[in-house]
Design a protein around this ligand. Structure first.
Ligand code: ADP
Length: 478
């Protein structure tokens, strides 16, 4: 195993790394050991970060788009050059296997490249009013200081997906990473400094109690935008808070992805796709396939092959190349998954593999396959772990009804022997994204986001920058 670099333990405000006496441990969930202690930011520090961002705003917004584009390009180059080291850090603090951490780093860096390209293409409009009495001129301006809050499951990519469009549009940011995985964010902060992003444009704060710290920032009139990725429950709390100041918000919230397999599907192919859709990141992704609705004609073959593939995954530390499945981010997260499975079994689910917490240290949970009925309560929960519940269905109509029978609507998966049939089903599904015969469709060039309670707004693609711009209409008779 390669030795990991020394992680940063201070937080970043106005271009200066800050040390505090109060510290918080960051642990390696594969054995519970403390990787390091980081300085904890208090409410005053968070306010100071807003001061720094506000001070950096006029200069950033006034720079030519080309300059901001080149900053992003430099970030792409630098994160790519350091991606092995960053992947190792992600694996250590998050628990995911190195292959997943490397894939995350490549995805994360691509957001910088995509938004470097987009920064110089922020378009306006110029047209004549239908009445002929004026010209309608529409320009896009940066929304202003933005607070970015990110979760622990993709410590790098969830951040670059927000930093990319913010910088492209000309918005300084205050970042509040998850305290389970702050080291990756701090490493990205260091890279921002190294490539010459001006002081105050990227600030990172690490409060141990996010409520009051984020509350103080959202109350500050200079903060104009909140971009959040996390649970629907926390998103709802933040939306209520944001309402007081009618703050612009982007919300990437929880999912409960259905995975439909039609009767004409190639089962071996469907299982390959299912393994990616379910097990990328050990199942700890809002995009993870969460409910498998499989045509009765193929459900036994699908379940058997999926069980075999899941059983073959070796459970172990993320940094061990032999591991096919790493640890959950914490014992608390692991126990949540275990509890959901226990409840599912109590409600009649049949365990085909996994389903029990292994002995020994570390936040491990095995790859698990359940066969169950459509009314099992686990199907209403976002599992966020390596558990695949499989339900037999008798028609496309039933599959669609079950797929849509939830308040979540982030992503769905369809596997069919006929891609046209797959797209037809995709049109019937209420979710912001649908993967047809693909296990992963996340792409910096595509709009990521949900219907219903899975969120508001889109990240990536052409829509990503819109979340960080205001639209200004200037009416003039030219
Ligand atoms: P999870 O349950 O996966 O940890 P959360 O939605 O709780 O998801 O966390 C996502 C991010 O939101 C983390 O950075 C976390 O610290 C932050 N967070 C949690 N609660 C609050 C809150 N009340 N106000 C602001 N941020 C919060």
């Amino acid at each position: 195993m390669a030795t990991a670099p020394q992680p940063r333990t201070e937080f970043l405000v106005g271009g200066a790394w800050q040390t505090r006496e109060t510290t918080a441990p960051v642990t390696d969930p594969s054995d519970g050991s403390v990787i390091t202690e980081i300085s904890v930011a208090d409410v005053a520090d968070c306010r100071a970060a807003v001061d720094a961002a506000a001070a950096a705003y006029p200069d950033l917004a006034a720079r030519p788009a080309r300059e901001r584009s080149e900053m992003l390009r430099a970030l792409f180059e630098a994160t790519t050059a350091r991606s092995d080291e960053l992947a190792e850090l992600i694996s250590r603090e998050n628990g995911k296997v190195l292959a997943d951490a490397r894939a995350e780093m490549s995805y994360a860096a691509e957001f910088f490249r995509w938004f470097a390209e987009e920064a110089v293409r922020i378009a306006g409009e110029l047209r004549r009013a239908p009445a002929g009495n004026r010209t309608i001129m529409v320009v896009r301006e940066p929304v202003g200081v933005s607070v970015l809050i990110t979760p622990w499951n993709f410590p790098a990519a969830m951040l670059t997906r927000k930093i990319g469009p913010a910088l492209a549009a000309g918005c300084p940011v205050v970042i509040k990473p998850a305290m389970e995985t702050p080291l990756t964010a701090l490493a990205l902060g260091e890279i921002c400094q190294e490539v010459g992003i001006p002081a105050g444009v990227i600030n990172i704060v690490t409060p141990d109690d996010p409520g009051p710290a984020v509350g103080a920032m959202l109350d500050d009139p200079r903060v104009r935008n909140l971009s959040f990725t996390g649970s629907t429950a926390t998103g709802r709390v933040l939306l209520k808070q944001a309402a007081d100041r009618v703050l612009r918000t982007s919300m990437e919230l929880g999912g409960n992805a259905p995975f439909l397999v039609t009767a004409d599907a190639d089962v071996t192919e469907a299982v390959k796709i299912a393994m990616v859709a379910k097990m990328r990141n050990g199942g700890a992704a809002c995009t993870a396939a969460n409910r498998f609705y499989v045509a009765r004609e193929v459900v036994d073959a699908f379940t058997d092959q999926l069980t075999k593939a899941m059983r073959a995954l070796q459970l172990g530390p993320g940094l061990d190349p032999a591991s096919g499945l790493g640890a959950s981010v914490s014992l608390a997260e692991r126990d949540k998954v275990a509890r959901l499975v226990e409840q599912a079994v109590a409600a009649g689910a049949d365990v085909r593999t996994g389903g029990t917490v292994p002995d020994g240290p570390g936040a491990f949970y095995p790859a698990t396959v359940l066969r169950l009925d459509a009314d099992n309560p686990i199907l209403a929960e976002e599992i966020f772990g390596p558990v695949a519940p499989v339900v037999a269905v008798d028609s496309d109509e039933e599959a669609l009804r079950l797929a849509n029978g939830t308040e979540a609507g982030l992503i769905s998966y369809v596997v069919s022997g006929d891609r046209g049939h797959g797209v037809q089903l995709a049109r019937g599904i209420e979710s912001g994204m649908v993967a047809v015969n693909q296990g992963v469709i996340s792409d910096p060039a595509a709009p990521f986001g949900g219907y219903k309670q899975s969120g508001l707004g889109r990240e990536g693609g052409f829509d990503g920058i819109a979340e960080f711009t205001e639209t200004k209409y200037i009416g003039v008779d030219l």
